[in-house]
Design a protein around this ligand. Structure first.
Ligand code: MGD
Ligand code: MGD
Ligand code: SF4
Ligand code: MO
Length: 663
């Protein structure tokens, strides 16, 4: 029997593998034997006919790929890289890569190629939370654990559909409810998560800042904030108090779409709860004001002192299995390594550690900037930007201008594969080993359960081959993931608050390591939390007479994003529907649309075909299309949050047309 961990979502469930069977690990604290349809099908996914099994190249994207050797492809990449200015090279990584993969890619790019153009799909996912955590509490640090819900009285879930996106955590929430936990859900859709709530608040899209400001104002006005905590541990209180004196309360409540009674019901629950957790995901982060939405939420925990205490705190629910680990390594263009930045002291420390003099001192391009930057060489690993970036028609135009696009993927049917010149076959989950950090700082190990397909290699090895071909043999001489993890552990000592060096690689499989457990204070220079006054500036695209609907996008329970891994026969696991468009029955009636009727959804940027799903779980004039429809981002707007540079995926204006049968 081998113990491993699921490679899909940030919950990071423990698994057990025995004689070809994969089941939940009943001894693993996070899931206690429970798994969802994705976790349990990990093994089936690596046996599909869509696996990418051989390296391949082509001169132009109009040509067919031709199978080649590893030597030919790596040689070609190294040769072009040597001749390319370093600021014209980009590394587009993923929160699904393992920590060791991230470490090697980051060390190669920032340390030896000398470019900070290393970013990840986490930019489309967690960037707003990262920026806000840093501003308010001093570091990208989740200050509580999932099992704190068992010590809490109230869980506020906003812009998070745990029933579909963090399934096993959702089961834990249900369990905690039996012990008395109350749950409030804020979502413009009456989701499966909302159905489980004690109080559901059908908030209007994009109005979370107003909601949390109303809460903070009420906390101050009714003197429910923690005066001692604020006086001792929090900056900017007087400023916030003064600003709140002049905010337009009625207008703010109107923008949330909630009635006074609804808000009062929430307030009653809130003020009568001793221990409170607020959890959120994409409904907040993916916004033109994603950082501000996060700050408005964090304010409430700083005002009440409900942080760094059991059963309390702001719990950002990271989506991908190792988005946290990637950030710890430093896999964002806005940080150097191990949470250090580009200041002189950090560069000096990291240069000495890596024994290099090539580190550049300016932040690199973000994932959302790379395609606009006239790059000459782009390496994309474990992610599918053509599928996932907003405004896809523009993305396709831009990626076609890059002379050399290299895609490292374990499957051959990504959308990006249509635009790459070199495809390199990665060994997926189950065929490799390495570590990952889940959403609450638990470092675990994925184990190799089956032989690696003959021509596939773990991602770290592919980056190491490139490094060696560039002449950096000495710095890239790792024989296995353990050696990489141990070098990384040493490096984390450069950052005073990271205690990852205490983990033991060999026992991680059976005994996960939770880093940061001793941190019970703010990580800002003055050790105080920072309040920020933020306002809803209504920056998202607005509906109009021509484009009267607002499009919401999000997950379905059994599909993992583009579905290269989970697009299995739907009968196999009683899967949920993957391609539909939720619409309020009044809107369907006005457009004379029947349930299941095929429609075309059109924005200023592009269009897609789907079918109508008539429901009353969505507000009028909003529609929802899941991201399991691979064409989703032809519609979406590419407005970014100005600080985090994360896209505003959830607020695009669209119109709907019937597709006549002759078409
Ligand atoms: N099955 C499955 N699970 C997954 C994934 C997957 O692909 N499939 N992906 C993983 C990843 S990478 C991520 S990031 C997470 C995402 O996890 P979630 O964010 O929980 O998933 P979404 O479906 O995007 O849900 C976002 C919710 O926000 C709501 N929303 C939209 N706009 C607003 C708003 O302005 N305010 C509020 N309050 N709510 C709003 C939407 O209606 C939706 O219900 O899921 C992870 N888990
Ligand atoms: N409209 C809209 N767009 C969104 C979102 C949204 O909510 N709405 N969400 C955004 C968010 S939060 C995220 S995280 C992104 C996700 O977007 P992506 O990261 O593009 O989605 P995935 O389908 O998970 O892509 C992972 C890729 O890795 C490949 N792969 C699998 N295993 C391995 C391996 O071991 N090694 C390598 N090298 N490759 C492997 C898979 O085949 C797949 O092509 O989408 C973003 N885009
Ligand atoms: S909840 Fe997440 S980690 Fe757990 S089995 Fe499902 S996908 Fe895997
Ligand atoms: Mo994500």
């Amino acid at each position: 029997m081998i113990k491993s961990v699921c490679g899909y979502c940030g919950v990071g469930c423990g698994l057990e593998y025995d004689e070809n069977q994969l089941i939940g690990d009943i001894t693993y604290p996070t899931n206690q034997g429970k798994v969802c349809s994705k976790g349990v099908s990990e093994l089936i996914s690596i046996q599909t006919h869509t696996r990418l099994l051989r390296p391949a190249m082509r001169t132009s994207i109009q040509d067919e790929y031709k199978v080649c050797t590893w030597e030919e492809s790596i040689e070609k990449i190294a040769q072009v890289m040597k001749d390319t200015p370093k600021d014209k090279i980009g590394f587009y990584l993923s929160g699904q890569m393992l920590t060791e993969d991230y470490y090697i890619a980051n060390k190669l790019a920032k340390g030896f190629v000398g470019t900070n153009n290393v970013d990840t799909n986490s930019r489309t996912c967690m960037a707003s939370a990262v920026v806000a955590y840093k501003k308010a509490i001093g570091a990208d640090f989740v200050p509580l654990r999932m099992d704190d819900i068992f010590k809490s009285d109230l869980l506020i879930l906003t812009g998070a559909n745990t029933a579909e996106a963090h399934v096993v955590f959702h089961n834990q929430i249900k369990k905690a409810k039996k012990n008395g936990l109350k749950v409030v859900v804020l979502d413009p859709r009456y989701t499966d998560t909302a159905k489980n709530a004690d109080l559901y608040l059908p908030i209007k899209v994009g109005s979370d800042i107003d909601f949390f400001n109303l809460l903070s104002k009420r906390l101050i006005d009714e003197e429910y904030y923690d005066k001692v905590f604020v006086a001792e541990h929090v900056n900017n209180f007087e400023m916030l108090k003064n600003k709140f004196k002049r905010v337009p309360v009625t207008k703010m409540l109107k923008r949330t779409g909630l009635s006074e009674e609804e808000f009062d019901a929430f307030w009653e629950l809130y003020k009568n709860s001793e221990n409170i957790i607020t959890a959120w995901t994409m409904g907040l982060n993916q916004s033109a004001q994603g950082v501000d939405k996060n700050l408005a939420l964090l304010n409430t925990h700083l005002l009440t002192g409900k942080i760094f205490k059991p059963g309390n705190g702001p719990l950002s629910l990271t989506g991908q299995p190792n988005a946290m680990g990637g950030r710890e390594v430093g896999g964002l263009s806005t940080m150097l390594a191990v949470h250090l930045g580009f200041d002189e002291e950090s560069i000096a420390k990291v240069s000495a550690f890596w024994k290099t003099d090539k580190i550049d001192n300016k932040p690199g391009l973000t994932a959302t900037q790379m395609l606009e930057a006239d790059l000459e060489l782009l390496i994309i690993c474990h992610t599918d930007p053509v599928y996932h970036l907003p405004n896809r028609n523009k993305v396709e135009r831009l990626i076609k201008n890059i002379p050399l696009v290299i895609e490292i993927n374990a499957y051959g049917d990504s959308e990006t594969s249509k635009f790459a010149h070199i495809q390199l076959p990665a060994a997926p989950w189950g065929e490799k080993e390495g570590t990952q950090t889940n959403l609450d700082r638990t470092i675990t190990k994925q184990e190799k359960l089956t032989r690696t397909s003959i021509d596939c290699k773990p991602d770290w090895e592919i980056f190491q081959l490139i490094a060696q071909a560039l002449g950096y043999q000495k710095a890239f001489d790792f024989k296995n993931t353990k050696e990489i993890f141990q070098e990384y552990q040493k490096m984390t000592k450069l950052n005073a608050y990271m205690d990852i060096d205490e983990a033991d690689y060999d026992t991680l499989g059976s005994a996960p390591f939770i880093w940061g457990e001793k941190i019970k204070h703010f990580l800002t220079p003055d050790k105080k939390g920072n309040l920020f006054f933020v306002e809803n500036k209504l920056l998202s695209e607005r509906s109009s007479l021509e484009y009267p609907f607002i499009l919401l996008t999000g997950r379905t329970r059994d599909q993992w994003h583009s579905g290269t891994k989970t697009n299995l026969p739907t009968t196999l696991l009683n899967y949920k529907e993957l391609n539909f468009c939720e619409m309020h029955h009044n809107d369907a009636k006005a457009l004379q649309l029947e349930h299941n009727e095929t429609i075309r959804v059109i924005s200023k940027r592009g269009e897609l075909i789907t079918k109508v799903y008539i429901t009353d779980t969505i507000k009028e004039k909003s529609i929802f299309i899941p991201i399991s429809n691979r064409d989703i981002n032809y519609l979406t707007n590419d407005i970014l949050d100005k600080e985090s540079l994360q896209p505003d995926y959830n607020h695009s204006a669209v119109k709907i047309e019937k597709v006549s049968h002759e078409n």
